[in-house]
Ligand binder design. Structure first.
Ligand code: CP
Length: 312
């Protein structure tokens, strides 16, 4: 595997990575592929789980890990090729990435979308530029449109439920701010590559891009969608059609114990961080969820991906 940016980097099938992640969960120190190798993790945006789980994954493989919060600790980066840098930007992304590649064997990057221009975000302007300039494998720690390490951990968690053909529902849920579409996009991209039956439920106007919605059932009535579900995967996202906007929603989309009662004793999933009693009630999060199992599986998902990147 040359880079890890989307499901395409796995030749379209997540099974091998899921199996490997589960093997690492059984025996985290079974590989020393990372001995005398260095992992560089660059954060242009905040993180708790991705930062810590990917560091731990690297350590489990014997890697040295360097972490830099580029937004607060680095020079202000220029993203435009050919620009005359006489403004606020102090270092070109090309130079920063080429220099970092002198120090590391794998480079991980987190960069969120601006949510201003759909073309710019869905063109993955920043991640594409990093891949273009890096001469080492690039690991996405979440990009403008996808969060593949999260999705792999989610699939590991669903596999652990042991359901032959799980009914999985991705549900929009409320949030006070406009959020990216990366987690729900990516979740759909990955879960559709399994044998799950996939439904998306969201208020009208919150449908995701066709690229991700294709092959799913769309149900605008949340309670109807929850009927008989094995997994409720909740997430807020801003509108794709009215790009980056928070559209008014009349109904209450918060996930409650009563709504979970419509499912087939279903498990609640969320990537975290979660706004308690906004996205889902305390009762759901504390008694019907696998959120900590999901977060724990982030380590083994990252370890499986690092193993494959190092082998290449
Ligand atoms: N789920 C997730 O990526 O969490 P962080 O943003 O804290 O890394």
């Amino acid at each position: 595997m040359k880079n890890f940016i989307s499901l395409n980097d796995t030749a379209g099938s997540p099974d091998e990575l899921i199996d490997l992640a589960l093997r690492f969960k059984q025996d985290p120190f079974s590989s020393r592929t990372g001995h005398r190798k260095t992992l560089g993790l660059l954060f242009l945006n905040p993180s708790l789980r991705t930062r810590l789980s990917t560091q731990k994954a690297g350590h489990n493989l014997g890697m040295q890990v360097m972490v830099m919060n580029m937004d607060s600790e680095g020079w202000k980066l220029e993203m435009e090729d050919g620009s005359v840098m006489d403004g606020a930007s102090q270092e070109h992304i090309k130079d920063a990435i080429r220099v970092i590649c002198e120090y590391v064997d794998v480079i991980g990057v987190r960069t969120f979308p601006g949510l201003k221009s759909r073309e710019e975000d869905y063109g993955e302007k920043i991640m594409s530029s990093i891949v273009k300039h890096a001469n080492k494998p690039v690991l996405s720690l979440e990009s403008a449109t996808r969060h593949p390490l999260q999705s792999l951990a989610d699939l590991v968690t669903i596999r652990e439920m042991g359901i032959t053909r799980p009914k999985v529902v991705l549900s929009w849920a409320p949030h006070p701010r406009a959020l990216p579409q990366a987690v729900p996009n990516s979740f759909l991209e990955w879960v559709k590559a399994t044998n799950a039956e996939v439904t998306v439920t969201c208020p009208k106007g919150y449908e995701l891009s066709d690229e991700f919605m294709q092959g799913t059932h769309l149900v605008h009535n949340q309670e109807e969608a929850f009927d008989g579900a094995d997994v409720i995967y909740a997430k807020n996202w801003s509108s794709y059609q009215h790009y980056g906007e928070r559209l008014p929603v009349q109904e209450d989309w918060t996930i409650t114990k009563a709504k979970m009662g419509l499912t087939n004793n279903g498990k609640f999933m969320h990537c975290l961080p979660v706004r308690r009693n906004v996205i889902a009630t305390d009762e759901v999060l504390d008694n019907h969820s696998v959120i900590y199992q999901q977060a724990g599986n982030r380590v083994f998902a990252a370890q499986a991906v690092l193993e494959k990147l190092l082998q290449s």
